[in-house]
Design a protein around this ligand. Structure first.
Ligand code: ZN
Length: 238
């Protein structure tokens, strides 16, 4: 069974209780020796590791890890602060924005996100796309293909996060948000409509990306009722 590790809680001296998702379910299991660097299960001691595992029932409240074969490690030689903070933020979103029994809906998007982040090191783009997927899977889809209020596809004048999408000229009210440029709205549309992680932040203006990143973070905090803890590491550090 292919799994992605979401958290590891120490148990006894060298064991760990691992929370993970597979394509179909969210699971918890005991991994013996996971804290021992020499253990064949040691690779699982990093969140967002992808592995092929086998579980067995034993004399414990959770199933017990029988064997594991690492398929992907988020660790690499040249990890900078932003790379690590991005991994932490992705994992934080997985653990806090979805109920435990629904986290598996993100399996495919999460697998692609960690792969994309490791290959491209484009933390801003990977996180923005992951956030867009999270918003969608969490049931807070933003309307970027027509006016969210009347369905018109022409004369779009603004994007309102509080209304959940594009607003056309006839639906626009003076009290609505109107702080994105046309370029930023087009970029937002691309991010929301992109099915994977193929956009590159180098193709766009960095300040547009950072602005949308801030907007998305705020939208997620309000929609999911959650306060990000690792975000400061991304915005403040160079
Ligand atoms: Zn309208």
């Amino acid at each position: 069974m292919k799994i992605i590790v979401l958290s590891i809680n120490p148990y006894k001296e060298k064991d760990g209780i691992v929370r993970a998702i597979s394509e179909n379910e969210s699971l918890t299991f005991l991994a013996r020796g996971i804290k021992d660097p020499k253990s064949k299960n040691a690779a699982l001691n990093n969140v967002l590791t992808i592995a092929d595992i086998e579980l067995m029932d034993g004399n414990f409240v959770h199933p017990i890890l029988k064997s594991s074969k690492p398929l992907f490690s988020p660790l690499k030689v040249d990890m900078d602060a932003k790379y690590l903070a991005s991994l932490m933020t992705i994992d934080e979103m997985m653990l806090n924005l979805f109920p435990e029994d629904e986290q598996q809906v993100m399996f495919e998007k999460l697998e692609k996100a960690v792969n994309s982040l490791k290959t491209t090191n484009d933390w801003l783009m990977t996180l923005l796309q992951f956030m867009a997927h999270t918003v969608k899977m969490g049931g807070f889809q933003l309307e970027v293909n027509q006016c969210v209020l009347c369905g018109a596809t022409k004369n779009i004048v603004t994007f309102s996060f509080s209304d959940g999408g594009f607003i056309c000229e006839s639906c626009y009210q003076p009290e609505m948000e109107k702080d994105l440029t046309k370029e930023q709205m087009i970029l937002l549309r691309k991010i929301v409509n992109c099915p994977d992680y193929r956009l590159k932040s180098s193709d766009y203006k960095n300040e547009d990306f950072l602005l949308l990143f801030g907007k998305f973070s705020q939208y997620i905090e309000e929609a999911f009722g959650y306060h990000f803890k690792n975000m400061r590491l991304l915005i403040d550090s160079k």
